[in-house]
Design a protein around this ligand. Structure first.
Ligand code: SAH
Ligand code: SF4
Ligand code: F3S
Length: 438
């Protein structure tokens, strides 16, 4: 019996791809191991959203290259977004790699494994998606199952590498998605998160009437108690139909992740985002007015080329004014091929970027705490994800999430993982709530 170890960097899409790779590789006789030292095949699933993530991929692969010296039969696979971008160049930089696997060739993995087992070196990055069929998926154990519904992006924001690494938008067939949802539920998962770079684009390449709202209705109709989430939304693409599903459908949760990137109109234009601050605010206000207790989270970039102090302050102002519940933050990292990377003269000094990122994070913490405080004293439904056993203070704790995606810690000495419980919120912290079972 041979063993495979996958190291995954980057976003949920990569994590989901890893679950698929593990499933497909079982057909080739490779079983999952958590220990890279005992593996016959090592796969790195790379991310290129920022320079740092790309560097991490190459430094990891360097360590594996050394392992191969004492274990010549070891197969090394370089997959994911850096692979798609690098192609043959990956082999120049890391000649010990056996297979460079592009993001759109994922389902071709079993065929390619046969080739590398026969001693070939293979680069497979053709931008034509490889036809997928129903496959075995080895999901990470837990409560939430991530299910991709679309992949790729047509937006070409000027800072972002994703359109170059994940190709154009493509929707997965609804029957495949629904079969995956049913399978995950039969395996005991209690929450389904539909995944895509722009979930609002779902169905644009499918038949009439097949869109995100339609898909949510199909999935909501599946029997059983479970929750449905979806990420990520593009601000101006969110339809009223989708908002209606959140209101009307019992399983669809009150949570939207809507990256804003900047609160300044000039920077938004330079980023090629298709909205200004007032438009984003209108969308947020509209969602909040229709869905009580909705959580809205966002992403922001500090230090985009040319960003002035005043423009940066508009981002801080926006975060507070919109009462965003949480935001992912990052400082701008130039990415090869993207438009903004060419504006070298406008690059912001590293120290200023670091300082702006720190201020962004400080505002984020304040927003999170303010948002959490709104729920003090409230009774909320929590889906338990984890049982921690007895902690240092002699108390055992269970942890879960509310429908609106707030993390709650609850003292409890029973492992209730996978159960829905009602909880009274007793304390609000920056990153989580405390509660008691009722
Ligand atoms: N599709 C989503 C985001 C995908 S990338 C959207 O439209 O917003 C995830 C996040 O990474 C982005 O929201 C952005 O905030 C961040 N990001 C992307 N490129 C970046 C770069 N070059 N430097 C810093 N952050 C970046
Ligand atoms: Fe990147 Fe913009 Fe596409 Fe999001 S919408 S993946 S930020 S190009
Ligand atoms: Fe995800 Fe990173 Fe690729 S964020 S889509 S793995 S560049």
């Amino acid at each position: 019996m041979k063993k495979v170890y996958i190291e995954t960097l980057g976003c949920q899409m990569n994590k989901s791809d890893a679950e698929r790779m593990y499933g497909m590789l079982e057909y080739c006789g490779y079983y999952q191991t958590e220990n890279p030292k005992e593996a016959d095949m090592l796969i790195i699933n790379t991310c290129s959203i920022r320079q740092l993530s790309e560097d991490k991929a190459y430094s990891q692969i360097g360590v594996w290259g050394k392992m191969k010296k004492s274990k010549p039969d070891l197969k090394i696979v370089f997959a994911g977004c850096v692979a798609q971008q690098g192609g043959k160049n990956v082999l120049k930089r890391a000649p010990y790699v056996d297979l460079v696997l592009g993001t759109q060739r994922l389902y071709e993995l079993p065929n390619l494994v046969k080739k590398i087992e026969a001693g070939e070196k293979v680069v497979s990055i053709e931008e034509k998606p490889f036809e997928e069929s129903e496959i075995k998926i080895n999901r990470v154990k837990g409560v939430n199952a991530w299910i991709p519904i679309m992949e790729g992006c047509n937006n070409f924001c000027t800072y972002c590498i994703v359109p170059y690494t994940r190709g154009r938008e493509r929707s997965r067939k609804p029957e495949l998605i629904i079969a995956e949802v049913k399978k995950a539920l039969s395996e005991g998962f209690k929450e389904i998160t539909l995944l895509g770079q722009n979930v609002d684009s779902y169905g644009k390449d499918l038949g009439e009437g097949q869109n995100l709202a339609w898909l949510l209705r199909q999935i909501n109709a599946i029997e059983g108690k479970f929750r449905i989430r979806f990420v990520t939304n593009y601000p101006t693409d969110i339809t009223d139909e989708v908002i209606d599903t959140v209101i009307e459908l019992d399983k669809v949760c009150e949570y939207f992740h809507i990256p804003m990137q900047s609160g300044d109109d000039y920077i938004l234009k330079k980023m090629n985002r298709r909205y200004d601050y007032a438009t984003y605010k209108k969308i947020c206000d509209h969602i909040r007015s229709r869905i009580p207790d909705v959580t809205i989270t966002s992403d922001f970039i500090a230090g985009f080329p040319g960003e002035t102090e005043e423009q940066f302050e508009n981002t801080l102002k926006a975060m507070t004014e919109l009462e965003l519940d949480y935001s992912n933050t990052a400082s701008y990292s130039p990415r090869e091929k993207t438009v903004a990377a060419k504006w070298v003269d406008l690059y912001i000094d590293e120290n200023i970027k670091t300082e702006r990122l720190a201020r962004l994070n400080e505002h984020n913490r304040a927003c999170c705490l303010a948002s959490n405080k709104k729920y003090l004293g409230r009774e909320m439904e929590v889906l338990i994800e984890n049982y921690e056993g007895v902690n240092k203070r002699g108390i055992s704790v269970i942890t879960g999430r509310t429908r609106n995606n707030k993390i709650v810690h609850i003292p409890c000495d029973r492992d209730l993982t996978g159960e829905f419980v009602n909880v009274k919120i007793t304390n609000a912290r920056t990153w989580y709530l405390n509660g008691e079972l009722v």
